[in-house]
Design a protein around this ligand. Sequence first.
Ligand code: B12
Length: 352
Amino acid sequence: MGNHQFAGIELRKKRDLVAGKTTEKLQSNFKPMLDELELDYRKLYQYTLSDIDKLILSIIGERNSILVNYVRWQRSMFVSREVPKKVISFHLETLREVVLDILSPENGQLVTGFLDTGLAVLQEELDEPEHSLISTGQWEPVAEKYLVYLLEKKRHAAFDEIIPMISDAVTMKEVYSYVLVPVQREIGRLWQLNRISVAEEHYATEITRQIMIMLSSRVQREDHHRGKIISTCLGGELHDLGMRMVNDFLSIEGYSTYYTGANTPAVSIVQWLSKDHFDLLAISAALTSHLRMVRESIEKIRSSGFTDIPVLVGGYAFQDEPDLWKIVGADGYAPSAEEAVIAAGELIGRQT
Ligand code: B12
């Protein structure tokens, strides 16, 4: 085991202690600023835990980019909401002091090296994230219209733009890939930049979800014979549309899918695996802060005796780095529903 693994394990063991001390220190040093931002102990503690989780994963994966990308995202969120970026630097600097205090000197040095790269990001020029409809090709006008209807709260026009276009599985897959995915990403970007509210994002997502449910019922069946796939969003993961879409693509290609939806406890997946045979387990994660939990869930599933079932992962959390899936202990990854079908076929094929 290398130095990074040791440092990651020590930080994992002392995670709650480090989060508690960091929160206390922040509260005693920056109380007026935190009160103004309505950051009470509980919220601050949760934020700190989530930062530590990204840090652990960065260290275990021996790459700064997980933390660095997260700090970039956090900075863009803060700037668009007029929260001073010094809040991020105070947070990381305080975490740095506590880590040096609590971890062994060698591990402390290694961990603070990672935190320093996070802090350095705050000095960079801030680029706005790119518009998400840029590369949708011939579907771009449809995606643009659909987006405008969602933003103008024209629900029926949005349905009428999409539903009549779908005559078969091919157009359904194209609408998913080139209209619904980019539009959902654009909705996320507008929320990130504080140009739409959470309520407006929920409204748009609800319409996309309704369209997907209508389309989904046309393709979901349980008597397909290419393989049996259990798919899930673990722990506190609420982003369930991506996995739902992947299931539809898999169904079209002849796989039977059993989807547990959002918020599924890993232990209940273990229980189901003990009752039924599946050819593949598919896990979706959107939040970087959930990657550590996905890693531990896969470890749990493996240590419960399910050493052979191939695990395929995907979702927004994996997209910045093409080999993050290895760090969570999966057997494969695909960045889109189209590619998920190929990856599932390969993993299932290896078994037979
Ligand atoms: C809608 C949405 C929500 C909804 C989700 C509703 C639902 N039922 O899904 C709600 C409101 C619940 C939500 C909440 C939050 N969200 Co949100 N959300 C989004 C948004 C706008 C769209 C997600 C979506 O529907 N995408 C469409 C699907 C189809 O795309 P996809 O998931 O990427 O899936 C594709 C591929 O990734 C792949 N794929 C997906 N799963 C799998 C699985 C396998 C096995 C494979 C092979 C492939 C694969 O195939 C799919 C099709 O090609 C995204 C923006 C974005 N860029 O994605 C933010 C986003 C994911 N959310 C974000 C955040 C921060 C949050 C919150 C923390 C906000 C908050 N402070 O409360 C919470 C956390 C909730 C939680 N605990 O999970 C951030 C995440 C940043 C990060 N890197 O961590 C994003 C990126 C927004 C942003 N730009 O900042 N969110």
